[in-house]
Design a protein. Structure first.
Lengths: 201, 208
């Protein structure tokens, strides 16, 4: 058995050693745009926690908020993105993004259950600021369309992460864990708010 | 057991080593003129400008059911081919990219809303999108390419893409669980979001 394993390892090593660089960069710009767009919401913790909070809150509120909130968010975010692309001034964007983390985190932590329309309005209002921040970067991307696809998909997947974590509300201990997640998100939002206001260097 | 295992290992290792040692086969199919057909087939797939609207259309038609989807499969490829042919003699249309993206946004929003549409609406959306895509792809063709082969390639990939994507959507949505339709609606909202921003880019792109 050891002989078989060592032969296969040797064969794989030879295979890896014999590979060559592929020099055909077809669609390089698209790949680069997709990559930078996808990473934008993931590398900004303030964006990331707010996206996860939308999913968590949707899961906590149940049907139909569980899918209406994550559908509302990208659509309104796109409108914010257009504002950013157009270069229109939107004051206190960073502050509003940080506040979105605090507000959505608190909604989850305190298990706030407003009417569906109000929840959608709140999520939509914050989505404008997140979209604006992404939209400011979009025209400078290697492939703006691919950049847009990347950050919309990443945003959607972060909502999905929140929803999947939010499914824990079915169990009492899971419910507590989800609320604790909301508290952590609120804490992260507070940190970014203090940073945006210059209180933290 | 040991003999068989050793023989198997030797054969596996040999195959892997041979595969690793393979050199590129310089079969330049492009020289046979059929390359223009494949050029036409690949052209819509090399960017997201066509793939995204086609995907949104497939999701929308698939959500409506088999009857709507069959009409889309019948209408989309001929319109795509006709528009690509028309672009060979027609003028440049600078507004087409914006129109195509706007259509993608509308179709994406309809999918996100799970709007119940009549067959005629799916046909109109399908034909409009095919006409825009076909014209844009035809105009992107270089002068050295064989126009008929290129257009045939564009039409073929349009048919394959729409048929396969719509079929997959129908099979997916007919599976067990309400989450499947929700997933498709969310995908529609993603396409709509990208479409709205791309439209904004077309309208407000800052000077470079």
């Amino acid at each position: 058995m050891n002989t078989t394993l060592s032969r296969n390892v040797l064969a794989l090593a030879l295979l890896i050693a014999s590979t060559r660089a592929v020099l055909a960069h077809t669609g390089y710009d698209a790949a680069l745009g997709l990559q930078s767009g996808f990473l934008h919401p993931l590398t900004g913790i303030d964006h990331l926690v707010a996206m996860v909070a939308v999913g968590l809150w949707g899961a906590q509120l149940g049907n139909p908020a569980i899918f209406l909130l994550p559908i509302t968010f990208p659509l309104i975010m796109a409108l914010g993105g257009v504002l950013g692309i157009a270069g229109l001034p939107l004051p206190a964007t960073e502050v509003a993004i940080a506040v979105s983390g605090i507000a959505l985190g608190l909604m989850v932590a305190l298990r706030v259950r407003p009417p569906l329309a109000l929840a959608m309005v709140l999520v939509g209002a914050f989505a404008i600021f997140h979209g604006y921040a992404h939209g400011r970067e979009l025209p400078h991307a290697a492939d703006p369309l691919a950049y847009g696809v990347g950050f919309v998909v990443a945003t959607g997947l972060l909502h999905l992460c929140g929803i999947l974590i939010g499914f824990m509300v079915r169990w009492p201990i899971g419910e507590q864990a989800v609320r604790a997640c909301g508290l952590v998100i609120g804490g992260v939002g507070t940190y970014f708010l203090l940073a945006a206001l210059g209180a933290i260097p | 057991m040991t003999t068989i295992a050793r023989a198997l290992a030797t054969v596996t290792a040999s195959v892997v080593v041979l595969a690793g040692a393979a050199v590129p086969a310089h079969a330049h199919l492009v020289n046979t003129r059929l390359g223009d057909f494949y050029g036409g087939m690949l052209h819509p797939l090399t960017g997201l400008e066509d793939v995204l609207p086609w995907l949104a259309l497939a999701i929308l038609a698939g959500l409506q059911g088999s009857k709507h989807a069959r009409w889309l499969v019948a209408v989309f490829p001929p319109c795509l081919g006709a528009a690509a042919l028309a672009s060979l003699v027609g003028p440049a249309m600078p507004l087409l990219p914006g129109l195509g993206i706007g259509l993608a946004a509308v179709v994406g929003m309809a999918a996100a809303a799970a709007a119940a549409l009549p067959v005629a609406a799916v046909i109109v959306f399908g034909a409009a999108m095919a006409l825009v895509s076909g014209y844009q792809n035809g105009q992107a063709m270089t002068g050295a390419a064989d126009p008929l082969l290129f257009v045939a390639g564009v039409t073929a990939i349009g048919y394959l893409f729409i048929t396969l994507a719509t079929g997959l959507v129908i099979a997916f949505v007919e599976g067990h669980g309400a989450w499947r339709q929700i997933a498709l609606r969310a995908s529609g909202s993603w396409v709509a979001a990208v479409g709205i921003m791309a439209l904004g880019l077309q309208l407000f792109r800052p000077p470079t």
